[in-house]
Design a binder for this molecule. Structure first.
Ligand code: ADP
Ligand code: MG
Length: 341
């Protein structure tokens, strides 16, 4: 057995729009990096991947292009997604991917064509068996919800490109909603706000840092302050500006409201019996977006339901696909059926 283990041939992947995490059977999570690739435009050769590629973002010269292949919604660039997936798989199994089994979490809103693309790229990387699981289902399993129960649970996974909301019962998704309005939109709203209100152009990474450090959805007991750097649009010269969480909250209000609208909308479509289960148990938040300060409180205030932020929300999906991988026969029902062409 040990012999096969050295090839890491059973893996589970959270292919997120912002971060890709890889779980190896019997080892746990071994990769947790941004879903970013840097390639040479001329030769089309891969230059860097993950964190290393992220550091190049906004700092490249003509020959290098840095892309987030899953940026806008689900898969924006098939070719790059495949390249990235293969490279991450190669990283955990440098010998040669003996590729027996791969479980991959995919957004609920994914089309059949996109499912096919994810499957194909894993197969091109050497996988013999590819199993796809909807992300909110994986997140629910990852946070320890018993998804086989008849009682309903509501999970909301707020990632970079999409917020996925699902009501789960009896190993199935009863109703779901995928909103293309999540972490990236919050970052974009910050860029836009400072451009319009302060004539200050911020880089995406700066805006993301502002969001993570002082971004909030409700007034904070003690508002936080931050010094930010950008380029003055009028003079073209770099300058700093002092801001605080109250101001950033204004910038975030619209996209946060849209995410909450999506939650309400899903609740409206939830069958009454399940809705009453959710009233008892609350909504569980996962994904990086769950870390926005006070988001739980805001959703609670607007829906009247209890809201729980999962422990370690950024790894919920990968832990879930890891559990599916380790217990494939128990979780047969959550695996998305492949359509034959
Ligand atoms: P995906 O599944 O799409 O890859 P993740 O669940 O990894 O997304 O979450 C990434 C998103 O969460 C990014 O938009 C990131 O900016 C955001 N995020 C991460 N940490 C925080 C934080 N502390 N506060 C607010 N947003 C955060
Ligand atoms: Mg995710």
């Amino acid at each position: 057995m040990e012999f096969f283990n050295i090839f890491n041939n059973e893996i589970a992947i959270d292919l997120g729009t912002a971060n890709t995490l890889v779980y190896v059977r019997n080892k746990g999570v071994v990769i947790n990096e941004p879903s970013i690739v840097a390639i040479n435009k001329r030769s089309n050769k891969l230059i860097a991947i993950g964190q290393e590629a992220k550091e190049m973002m906004g700092r490249t010269h003509d020959e290098i292009v840095v892309v987030r292949p899953l940026k806008d919604g689900v898969i924006a660039d098939f070719e790059m997604t495949e390249l990235m997936l293969q490279e991450f798989i190669r990283k955990v199994s440098p010998a040669r991917f003996m590729g027996k089994r791969v479980v991959i979490g995919v957004p609920v809103g994914i089309t059949m064509v996109e499912q096919r693309a994810v499957r194909d790229s894993a197969e091109h990387a050497g996988a013999k068996e590819v199993y796809l699981v909807a992300e909110p289902m994986a997140a629910a399993i990852g946070v320890g919800i018993d998804i086989t129960e008849s009682k309903g649970s509501m999970i909301m996974d707020i990632g970079g490109g999409t917020a996925e909301i699902a009501v789960i019962a009896l190993s199935g998704i009863v109703c779901d909603r995928s909103i293309r309005n999540a972490g990236d939109e919050l970052t974009k709203a910050i860029v836009q706000y400072f451009r319009i209100q302060h004539n200050l152009l911020l880089g995406d990474q700066t805006a993301e840092e502002i969001k993570c450090t002082i971004g909030s959805a409700v007034p904070l007991p003690k508002e936080l302050t931050m010094e930010i750097k950008g380029r003055d649009i009028v003079s073209g010269i770099p300058r700093t500006l002092a801001t605080d969480s109250a101001e950033v909250r204004k910038a975030l209000n619209e996209p946060i409201s849209k995410i909450i609208e999506g939650t309400k909308n899903t609740l409206e479509r939830t069958p009454p019996e399940l809705a009453s289960d959710i009233l008892d148990r609350g909504i569980v938040l996962t994904g990086g977006g769950a870390l926005i300060k006070g988001l739980d409180e805001r959703i609670k205030k607007e829906t009247g339901l209890p809201v729980i932020v999962a422990e370690d929300p950024l790894t919920a999906v990968v832990r879930g696909v890891g559990i599916v991988l380790e217990n494939l026969s128990k979780y047969q029902q959550v695996i998305l059926k492949a359509k034959k062409y």
